[in-house]
Structures are given as structure tokens and as C-alpha cells.
Design a protein around this ligand. Sequence first.
Ligand code: ADP
Ligand code: ASP
Ligand code: MG
Length: 835
Amino acid sequence: MKVLKFGGTSVGSVESILNLKKIVEGQQEPVVVVVSALGGITDKLINTSKLAVAGDATYLTSYEEMVERHHQMIDAIITDTKKKNTLLATVDDLLGQLKSIYQGVFLIGDLSEKTSNVIVSYGERISSNIVAALIEGAKWYNSLEFIKTKHKQGRNLFSNSVSNPLILDVFKSFKNGTADHKVCVAGGFISTDSVTGEVTNLGRGGSDYTAAILAAALDTKVLEIWTDVSGFMTADPRVINTAYPIERLSYVEATELCNFGAKVVYPPTIYPVCIKNIPILVKNTFRPEDKGTIITNVVEEDEGRAIKGISSINNTSLITVSGLSMVGVIGVNRRIFTTLAENGISVFMVSQASSENSTSIGVTDDDADRACEVLNKEFAKEIEMGAMYKMKLERDLATVAIVGENMKHTPGIAGKLFGTLGRNGISVIACAQGASETNISFVVERKSLRKSLNVIHDSFFLSEYQVLNVFLCGVGTVGGSLLEQIAGQRQKLMKERNLQINVVGIASGHNAMFDRNGIDLEAPLLSPQGEKTPCGEFSIQRLREMLKQAPASNMERLKEEVIGMNIFNSVFVDCTASADVAGLYEAFLSNNISVVAANKVAASSDYDNYARLKATARKRGVKYLFETNVGAGLPIINTINDLINSGDKILKLEAVLSGTLNFIFNTISADVPFSETVRRAKEEGYAEPDPRIDLSGKDVIRKLVILSREAGYKMNQEDVEKHLFIPQSFFEGSLEDFWKNLPSLDAQFEKERQEVEAAHQHWRFVAKLENGKGSVALERVGERHPFYDLEGSNNIILITTERYNQYPMLIQGYGAGASVTAAGVFADIMSIANI
Ligand code: ADP
Ligand code: ASP
Ligand code: MG
């Protein structure tokens, strides 16, 4: 024999209730079916009472809607006219009683607890009749007759001693196999008082409990809970979209999880079946083929994972009882808990420091004020004497629990947990771990709850996939190319590296759009007429259009949105050249958001600013990466870092770091004068819009400063010695004058060029770090020099270190271009994901 319980969502729609029929009729053995009210009906019954008691006549409309909902359901699922009429007579009779009660409440304007209990019972009374009529050969059982409660401390508690004999009696023939039916159907949740016979219930979500009670009393083989998810999941699936079903749980683990808010099973459900060792199977009515979760007394290693699941309660208040007189005093804790218990306040978490001068207690928000009040009263004398402080109340908190019986065999779980939270900037307000080590609970600010659940889920259940959330600022050539690369790699990264990259924010200079679930990079664009333009794959033009239609943005909004989203594992990517955007890094890093910059402004700014950014990143356990600041995608900065981290010392750097200047000096010839090469560099997109930034060496100086700093030298831009190859006057006037005057340099350049050619040399604009000093200059290199053959806009760097001394290390390749730069940014992003 089995007990099958179907929740509100499993009887909420025509589709689900027909699934229920199929599932029950497919059973080989006798079954007891326990059902909830039609999904949402219990809430509606309560809300309608509220309208009625408030004298609001629309309670009638609300009531009529419930009538309509039940009638529609019956019409859709029961085809046999005779059956339908019999059922309708029963249901309409119940609905008629309900209407009279509501009328009474409306007229008298009073709603006692007793009346409320009667009202909510109609949900299950009606649904159970519908299901009994729907299932072939089923018999309806009246739960009000055999589920009995006793009134204690203002609450109705289930009475096992009264109910058990009644259940055994009512189900006698069914249990001993002499009954004429194979299926019994009973309403969950509802009960009656064992003394007065008044209608009561087992609490919201209590249908699970009814089912467990029946399973225990009848000693069934299994208790099946059929719901709308494929089992107990690793976390609440409405918050964590990467949560997945857990195959096996022990009773202890399941209890810990549902006590802390995993609503899938009502907490009292587990005890009655646990003591009888009856397994609980949680199954999905909509996907019966899924395995679901089996809960037994066995603790199974789940692929070596130490924790099984995470759950949370979001309405937590924390009361701290503190004072010097508490140290070593016996009995303070007894007084705290006795006082709270006597006032019917339940405590779900306690944390006491070993110094004993404070105890923090987690209670629900509803109980918080009263708990403070009664504790202040209890310790009034001590507070007056100054031996204790008044209760401190902190609100707007949430409690998270991580659960797993294998935690006790696995060292380092708490370390990993708190390390993960810390790295993501979440501070833990209180924590507790029971000596049984099956649960670690901690309290955080409510606004950090979602983020906490995400980071923990991500770090403990990595085997599914890890998520990295990217904010991108700048959708020019580099930013556009980066998005294209992310869109192209996403599926592969997910499949092969278990990494999901979500672009959660995109901003241009004027607009910004955000979506914490990830912006759909393939989203169809709505034309101004509201039609969807055809698409299917990433297009940067379309994205730029989407961005134009997004809300306007500025630096302040960008900062607020990115920080305000408080999203886990996040990285801000700067593909602009803006000093304003660079000014936001400090705030992002301080909020545990990593920064990847193609923008050189911050790393080459004043040394103290650079050092502060690096220090903030280190302190916060996040990364500030800017590999593409020098040599685009070439691994220059990473290599320097690796050398230093492994104990080497950088002695000298020599490099050609300007793609523009290299292009110019590779292009200049007898036929192409100097001024023309500058013009071409600009036309071909190598140079900055104002080529003087390149020609003045400024760009190279910034790069040299960044490299020197990474090599361990304290250097600012003004410390770099620069040898200009164009007279200073050219940099002083307007851009127009500059272009106009440029040809006047051609003759001198041609003269020198002939000398260089005759000597079999090439011009290279070289940046150098030597003996701690930086310099940039136009040099002539001979055929045997490693810089001699440097094509097009390529970059090259020679690194001389203590280890690479006689033969310096050489890195060479494309040093400019949107796609290689974007690839370098992508590589930085990937190194943050750390896969
Ligand atoms: P029913 O109506 O079947 O009793 P409930 O709504 O009471 O269903 O419980 C199922 C819901 O519990 C799921 O739809 C899910 O949103 C929620 N839930 C919360 N935490 C968890 C969890 N850890 N695993 C599965 N479901 C969970
Ligand atoms: N119908 C009740 C409720 O919504 C009981 C249940 O569904 O378990 O709380
Ligand atoms: Mg439920």
C-alpha cells in the first residue's frame, strides 16, 4: 500500500489533474490519495473572508470566481453526465454552505479563528470530492472524521493518540484487503478538534502532514509527495535557476532543509514517517518520468559533495542580549529561552560567542518586537543596574542554511563558505553550527540574500556550471568585437567548461540596459512599429540599436545600477577610453566587482591611484586586470607578473609598443613621404583620431609606465624621458594647423630616411626601462637587431631578467586591432572565472 499526496499545483489545472488521474490509475497496488485545495484556492478563501469582514461587498464577486473555477474544472474533466450531476450536487452544497458563512461574516463584521478555520477547510473538502469522482473506482474519505487535533498553548496540534485508532478503524477493510475499492481519496490539511469537534487544520502547507500521518498509521511502503518540481532541489529554484534535484536525502537533511524554508515539504511531515522508517519520494506530477528525490534514513555520498542543499528564510530579525554580567553567570540562557517559550515565540537560530557576553537569537520579523519587549522585561533589573544592555534588535535580515550530513567528515566547509561570502563582499552578521555538523546557518542583510544563495550555490555545486556576470561599458570596435566573441563562445563554454557567461549590463556613453538574468544577445529587435525584425544570431548593429532605445545613462547611474544589482561573481569590463569610466573602478572593486580594462587611463594615471586600485582589489579578493593596455592581446603583463611571482626580477625592458608609429616607419619610402604615412595610418584605423597622441609618444609613455609598474618600479608619466622626433611646436596649435604644417617635415625626414636606408637600418620608436629609468626615443636599428624585422603594426618586447639574462625573453605579434584586443579582454574575463 502507498500514500500519494498531490499538492495545489497538481490539482490546479485541467492538465495537472488529468496527469494525477493517469498516475493514480497506473498504480499496481492499493493507494490512499491525499489532495490539497485547487492551487491558489486557500489564499483566495482567506482573502475573500478579509473582504467580507471589512464590509466590502466585492467579497461576493470573489466568491463567485471560486464557484466558477470549480465548475469549469468539473466541466472539463468529468464527461459522464450522471457522475457529473452527482458531483455537482455535492460540490454546490459545499459552496452553498460557504456562501452562507461569508454572508454571516459580512453582516456581523466579525471573523473569529473558528470561522476562519471552517472557511479554509472548504478548499480541500471540495477538491477531494472532485478527485474521488474523477478516479475510476475511488472512494471518498472524510478527513474531518479521523484527523484530530488538540488545543495547546493557543495552537491546534495534531493528536496522534486520538487519530491513530480512528484511522485504523476507518481504513480497516482497506488495509486488510477486503474493501471493494483500490483507491481512497481524502482531503489534506483539514482536521477537527478532538474534544469539541470544531473544524481545525494542520497549518499552511499541511496536506503533506496529513499524508505522512496516514502513511505512518497504515504502515505503508512509501509516502509519495507529488508536486510541481522534480524533487528536493539543491536550492530554491525560484531564486537559483541553476538549482537541480537531489537524488537522495536523509531524513535529517530533509528536515534541516525544510525547517529553513525549502517549502517543497511541510516540515512536520518528516517525523511520523521517519520513526516508522517509511521512505518519502518527492515526484513531479508534470514529469512523472523524472526520478525525483528519495528520502530515507541512509546518508549517501552524493558524488563526493559535502553539502546537499541550501535553504533560506528571508524574514529574519536578530536580537542580541548582551552585557558584562552575563560572563560566567549561569542561567541567563535559561531565562532567555524560558521567557521566549512562555510567550510562544519560536527561536530558529542561536549564536553565542565563547566569551559569553552576548547571545544572538534569530526570530521571525513578526515575533521580533514582542520578543524584545518580553526580554527587556525579564532582564529589567539587570538593565537598570547597568549590568546588561537593552536588547538590540536588527531587522531586514535573512538566514541561510547549508545542509549535509557528510559535512562532519569534510574539513574546511565553513572556511570555504565564509571565504566565498567574503570574496563577494557579503558580511555575515551571525552564524551557528550545531555540534551535529549537519547544518551551518548564518544571518546576512536581506538585500544580500539572493547574492549569498547564488555564490554559495555556485561554489558548492560547481559540477553543474559556474556563472560569471559581465557588465560591459563601451560598444565601439573592441566592445562590439568582445560581445561577438562572447555570443559565439557561450554555448561551447557552457558545454565544455561548465561556465555560463551572462552579460547582465551593457552601457554606451549615453544609454544603459541591465538584466540580472542575462541580456539576450540574440534578442529580436522591435522596430518602432512594434514588429520584430528577423534575427537569430548576434549582430552588433542590432545590439547598438537596442542600446539606443534603452534608458539614458550617465556615470552616476551606471555606478548605482552596477553596485545596486549586488550580483555575485561579477566583472565590470571597460572597453572605452574614458577617464570618467576609469574613475568608477575604485567603487566597483570596493564592492567586490572585478574590473577588466582595455582602457589605459587608470593603470597609467597617478601612481598612488594605480596602487590604490591594486590594493583594493587585493583586499577585496577580486581582480583588476588590464592585459590589453599594452600590446593588445599579447601576453605581456601576465608574463611579467608570472616572472615576478616566481621570484625573478625584471632588469630591463625594451619594446616597440606603438602599432601606429611602427606602421608609419614601415611605410615611409621614397614614394610615400612622412606626412602621407601619418594620413594613411589614420585612414586605416591605426592611429587615434588625433594622431598627435601617437606622434608625441604619449601613448607609448603610458604603456611603458604600466609595464614598469607591473615590473615593480614606481613610475609616473612625467618621469619618462622623451625624445621627440617632431618639433614641440607641432603639438601646440590646432589639429587643422597640424595637418597643414605636417608636409613641411617631409624633406628633412626624406634626407634622414636615405641615411637610414644606406646604413641598412630601420627606424623604430623604442620604449625602454633600464636601471629603473624610463625613456622613449626614435632609434635606428641594424639588420641583426631583433626589432629590425617588425612588420606592419606589430609590437615586440624584450624582457631581460635575472633568469633571462644573456638571452632576453621575446614576445612579438599583433599589437593592435579590435579583434585581438577583444580576445585579450576575453582572456582576462576567463581568468576571473578561474576555470
Ligand atoms: P505543493 O502545492 O505541491 O504542495 P509547494 O508550492 O508547497 O507545492 O512546494 C513546491 C515549491 O517549493 C516548488 O514549486 C518550489 O518553488 C519551492 N521550493 C522552495 N525550495 C525548494 C527546494 N529546495 N527544492 C524544491 N522546491 C523548492
Ligand atoms: N491548501 C493548504 C495550503 O495552501 C494546504 C496545502 O496545500 O498543503 O496551505
Ligand atoms: Mg506544499
